[in-house]
Design a protein around this ligand. Structure first.
Ligand SMILES: *Cc1c(COP(=O)(O)O)cnc(C)c1O
Length: 327
């Protein structure tokens, strides 16, 4: 089964590397652990939004947009990659960010400024609630606006991750891995990998570690992901059904809430830095890796299992206030 060809615009460098984390695997004395380096997608310090934006912004270009708007938290990696992509494509970029303007620009926020994006502080509304009003205002000024969905989690964003699994298959057969583990938040990474698995008829468990308890969707994140996988298939010309049996969304590592770094994240960031020289981020990959390490320690896997940790990026947030606490 294949998706029909869907336009994309090149924004990153693919395939991203696939490496084995030998020191970490040895230290944990569990299954072999590999890593897919989507922190190295190459767009302004990389991350999983690069793949999604290649499809989403191709649609914006096809619709002749000259202005894009998206939303996220103050340290949103999605917003930083969108701002960088807008610079490449010479689009005006507006970011609607949660919270208030902080006294100092750090991490992703600093980079957003470098890319000359227009920042709108939205207080509690960190998931794009204020976008319709801003879009209407910009349209009244004669701009042709395209809204990039929150987290890039639309059918096109999911299609990007279905294609990413096909990319992995060219490096090592997907079924070399018993489990594919990653941080799951706005949903398209997981929906796309689920779709990719179905297309390749692979057996690996697609296992998302849930990062954020709240969702933009009116439904639960689980229902949203299942629905998004179906819609992505439909966008690619295939009628496929997905159910809760296709979904492994692990809610055990939500900690004290979105963006709050606890011991789980700190320990994982330290361990991976010190065993592999690889940087994780405080919000997503630190939490997801913390979850993986905890599952290994609880003997959730068998020795014959082989785990792929999909690094989704986020490292610029290491340079935000998040790490001013002791590590
Ligand atoms: C956005 C993001 C995720 C979550 O991906 P979704 O497709 O939104 O679920 C994971 N890791 C990082 C670093 C991200 O920026």
């Amino acid at each position: 089964m294949k998706l029909q060809n869907i336009a994309k615009t090149s924004l990153g460098y693919f395939p991203t590397p696939l490496i084995e984390l030998k020191n970490l695997s040895r230290l944990l004395q569990g299954p072999r652990i590999w890593m897919k380096r989507d922190d190295l997608t190459g767009l302004a310090l990389g991350g999983n939004k690069t793949r999604k934006l290649e499809y989403i912004l191709a649609e914006a270009l096809a619709l002749n947009a000259d202005t894009i708007i998206t939303a996220g938290a103050a340290q949103s990696n999605h917003c930083r990659q969108t701002a960088a992509a807008a610079a490449i494509l010479q689009l005006e970029c507006h970011l609607v960010l949660g919270g208030e303007a902080p006294p100092a620009l750090t991490g992703n926020l600093l980079l957003n400024k470098l890319f000359k994006s227009h920042i709108h502080w939205a207080g509690e509304n960190r998931k794009g609630e204020d976008i319709p009003e801003l879009a209407a205002q910009l349209e009244r000024q004669g701009k042709k606006v395209y809204v990039v969905p929150y987290g890039g989690s639309s059918p096109l964003g999911a299609i990007a991750y279905a294609q990413a699994l096909t990319e992995l298959q060219t490096q090592l057969t997907v079924d070399s891995f018993s489990h594919i583990i990653f941080a799951s938040s706005s949903g398209a990474t997981q929906a796309g990998l689920m779709l990719g698995k179905k297309l390749l008829q692979a057996k690996s468990e697609i296992h998302g570690i849930q990062i954020d308890k709240t969702t933009t969707a009116k439904s639960t994140l689980s229902d949203f992901i299942i629905d998004l996988a179906r819609k992505a298939a439909a966008r690619g010309g295939l009628e496929l059904g997905f159910s809760h049996e296709d979904l492994h969304l692990n809610p055990n590592y939500l900690g004290d809430g979105y963006g709050i770094m606890g011991n789980l994240e700190k320990k994982a960031i330290n361990l991976v830095a010190q065993t592999e020289g690889i940087l994780l981020d405080p919000v997503y990959t630190g939490r997801a890796m913390g979850g993986l390490i905890d599952m290994v320690r609880r003997q959730r896997f068998e020795a014959k299992d082989s785990i792929l940790f999909w690094h989704t990026g986020g490292t610029p947030a290491l340079f935000s206030e998040a790490l001013t606490m002791d590590i």
